[in-house]
Write a protein that binds this ligand. Structure first.
Ligand code: ACM
Length: 278
């Protein structure tokens, strides 16, 4: 499979956990302390944390974001996640304020017991994010961990059905979706993306406010049948976990004569890639 990175052992019924909290803007050490406390309560194969969990979200300018951004190969935050993944024997997905030379990316990283495994850079930047971050340039990688195929998206990507469908066509079982949601409806909409693509979605959202932005909490884990299995509180820190059934994400049959892949008509969809942006 294109882009498939393999790591870890088989777990046919992996347990997925969501962690929701309020990162403190620009303070990696404080965010590590908050997560250290919350992760004590977690037992799971894959743990998903919010968008930009290392540093918070609403920077007043690029220079403030740059001050606390870290590169993947020298990051106190990734060292912390690795030590947690080793002691909990799990994989962790987290939002990460990534610096790569002079560029910043709103990234999701995947870390396991042996360290950093891979990353996705947010493709669809929200509102003023484009004053700070470069748009994602790594496509939509898929990783094999804990016996499942894992795709990554970040927050506002939820609005774009194209990226969910690409991950389904790459046979993903679970999309980990670190988020800092401010618009309504994502938590309901991801159930539809899960149903139409027949995979699990773990949206780990943050709580609290920064400046004029209020984040909506309510993290969700939804099933390939569109059912909400876990729903976090709207205002409080939250940790929830559930064991998922991979036979559901691997069954793409819709009726005896329709499957998710075979009933597609890509020849009718060329408009999607040829239509002008404006
Ligand atoms: C968002 O993409 N953080 C709304």
């Amino acid at each position: 499979m294109e882009n498939l990175k393999s790591s870890g052992t088989e777990a046919l019924s992996p347990t997925v956990a969501l962690v929701q909290f309020a990162p403190l803007l620009g303070n990696i050490e404080s965010n590590i302390n908050s997560l250290c406390h919350l992760l004590k309560a977690v037992k799971a194969d894959v743990i998903v944390l919010p968008e930009l969990a290392s540093t918070g979200y609403a920077f007043s300018n690029r220079s403030d974001a740059f001050q606390c951004a870290e590169s993947v190969d020298n990051s106190s935050y990734i060292r912390f996640l690795t030590s947690q993944a080793a002691s909990l024997n799990c994989f962790i997905v987290s939002g990460f304020n990534e610096r790569d030379e002079n560029n910043l990316y709103n990234s999701a990283i995947l870390v396991g017991p042996s360290g950093f495994i891979g990353k996705y850079r947010k493709i669809h930047l929200f509102w003023n994010e484009s004053d700070i971050f470069e748009p994602g340039d790594l496509g939509l990688p898929v990783f094999e961990v804990a016996g499942l195929k894992l795709g990554l998206l970040v927050c506002f990507d939820w609005m774009f059905p194209e990226v969910w469908r690409i991950l389904a066509l790459k046979d993903v079982d679970l999309v980990a979706h670190p988020s800092n949601l401010v618009l309504p409806f994502c938590q309901q909409a991801v159930a539809v993306h899960a149903l139409c693509n027949r995979f699990y979605i773990a949206t780990a959202n943050r709580i609290g406010s920064e400046g004029s932005l209020h984040f909506t909490g309510g993290s969700v884990l939804v099933s390939p049948l569109g059912e909400t299995i876990i729903r976090g509180s709207v205002e409080e820190p939250f940790v929830g976990s559930h064991t998922i059934d991979l036979s559901l994400s691997r069954n793409k049959n819709i009726t005896p004569r329709n499957t998710l892949k075979e009933s597609r008509r890509p020849e009718c969809y060329t408009f999607l890639t040829t239509v002008e942006k404006k």
